[in-house]
Design a protein around this ligand. Structure first.
Ligand SMILES: C[S@@+](CC[C@H](N)C(=O)[O-])C[C@H]1O[C@@H](n2cnc3c(N)ncnc32)[C@H](O)[C@@H]1O
Length: 423
């Protein structure tokens, strides 16, 4: 398997380079026991060091284990961040100044794909600058047919006044599946209010049991126009007569004889799902989804909510660390939304550009909120923090020390949250 991946990476490296070079190999002498996290104890495993090394080692030990990979790579902005964000090549060839960034991302994305389960998903944050180049890389690595979609994420109200004519208020979340086996869980449908409850769970009333439209006449299906009996006080419905209960036929408001949605046998089996109003109108109860009591809807492709704005993330970092010691954090709610919509409640999530460990914080909150049991693998660089950076002045020496500090912060709040660091 390793040789196949080596040659895949080499082929792609040559395709996306001006000079056709390839320098990728696995070091087969690596100790294969590298990855042994006790998941019965830990919620998070953090690998310190270059993520390419950690990804290679993880692949050599445990391929195909990840359900969801979320990454927020350096966007190549050339800013003076806590981490290096300047990977620009001379502007030659088709890829212009983007070649170096693509070469950096390429082997990491190929290995990330190998680490995913067949049903696995990858979601990548990116802005306009590298978006087209990332899309091309992803199409080549994951396959165009596995492109799930691109979500526009609003990151501020007024935008960064970065260009002369436009204030950019958005970035992207690019989503691919490893294969066509992917079935995303979907966004929780917060617009839906389930205001009633019975022994079968929370429900709402929104659909008539009388059929409407084409084929709805009694003459269309006479056997589906049987009488029902309704308790107008409690809302209960029965197929058999009960003393004191109202007999109801599927007549519409104009007195036309129509039919029910189900035949008599199905109605008997599922009569608990029917509800009668005080006027004897029969409805079908619409129950909330089983998981977390929430109904789900397809993920929408524009996310615009103040809880997802960058400002929110900055406030979170300041409240955790006392000052803004990390330049480009994501808001906890943003990563919670991704994880909740794109992975099951027992998923293993990988973030190999972990930064201030927001992904771990999001997992912790989701697990606490709805009794989920997601686990997470983080990777972060152990490079030294520039000595003119505010994090250095605050006592942090390596970038990964910031990730570790966030994990400790969560553990100090709640001792049940456990993590292990692999240096
Ligand atoms: C945009 S930040 C991620 C921020 C993160 N989502 C958060 O909420 O804090 C990118 C991170 O990737 C890390 N990084 C860049 N190159 C890396 C490498 N080769 N190995 C490991 N981490 C790397 C940087 O140090 C930086 O912390």
């Amino acid at each position: 398997m390793l040789s196949v991946i080596e040659s895949k990476i080499c082929k792609l490296q040559q395709e996306f380079s001006n000079d056709g070079t390839c320098d990728f190999t696995f070091d087969r002498s690596e100790n294969n026991s590298f990855f042994s996290v006790d998941w019965s104890v830990n919620d998070v495993a953090l690998f310190s060091g270059d993520n390419l090394t950690s990804l290679k080692k993880l692949l050599m030990t445990e391929p195909g284990i990840v359900d969801l990979c979320y990454i927020d790579p350096p966007y190549n902005t050339c800013s003076n961040f806590i981490y290096a964000d300047n990977r620009k090549s001379p502007e030659t060839g088709l890829l212009g100044s983007h070649e170096a960034w693509m070469q950096f991302m390429l082997p990491r994305l190929v290995i990330a794909r190998e680490l995913l389960k067949e049903s696995g998903v990858i979601a990548i944050s990116i802005d306009d600058y590298e978006f087209p180049y990332l899309k091309i890389l992803m199409d080549r690595i994951f396959g165009e047919k596995n492109f799930i979609g691109n979500i526009v994420v609003c990151r501020s109200k007024n935008g960064r006044g970065s260009t002369k004519n436009l204030a950019s208020t958005h970035e992207y979340l690019l989503v691919y599946g490893k294969s066509n086996k992917v079935a995303l869980r979907g966004e929780s449908d917060e617009d839906t209010i389930y205001d009633k409850a019975d022994a079968y769970g929370k429900y709402r009333i929104d659909g008539l049991f009388r059929k409407k439209g084409e084929g709805s006449l009694k003459s269309d299906r006479p056997l589906m126009a049987f009488p029902l009996y309704a308790n107008l006080e409690t809302g209960e419905v029965s197929v058999d007569p009960c003393e004191g209960w109202e007999k109801v036929l599927p007549k519409d408001s104009k007195g036309i004889d129509r039919r029910w949605l189900w035949g008599e046998t199905t109605t008997r089996e599922r009569v608990w799902q029917l509800y009668s109003s005080k006027n004897g109108v029969i409805y079908v109860k619409n129950y909330a989804g089983k998981e977390s009591g929430q109904k789900r809807k397809k993920i929408r492709t524009i996310w615009n909510d103040p809880s997802l704005y960058t400002e929110r993330a900055t406030n979170e970092i300041t409240s955790i660390f006392g000052q803004k010691i990390f330049d480009t954090p994501k808001p906890i709610e943003f990563i919670k939304k991704i994880i909740d919509a794109m992975s099951e409640e027992n998923a293993l999530v990988l973030d190999f550009f972990a930064g201030s460990a927001t992904t771990a914080h999001a997992i912790y909150e989701l697990n606490k909120m709805n009794g989920a049991n997601r686990k997470c693998i983080l990777m972060e660089s152990s490079d030294q923090i520039p000595n003119n950076h505010v994090a250095y002045a605050a006592g942090y020496k390596r970038i990964v020390d910031v990730s570790i500090a966030r994990l400790k912060y969560i553990h100090d709040k709640d001792q049940e949250f456990k993590f292990e660091v692999f240096e």
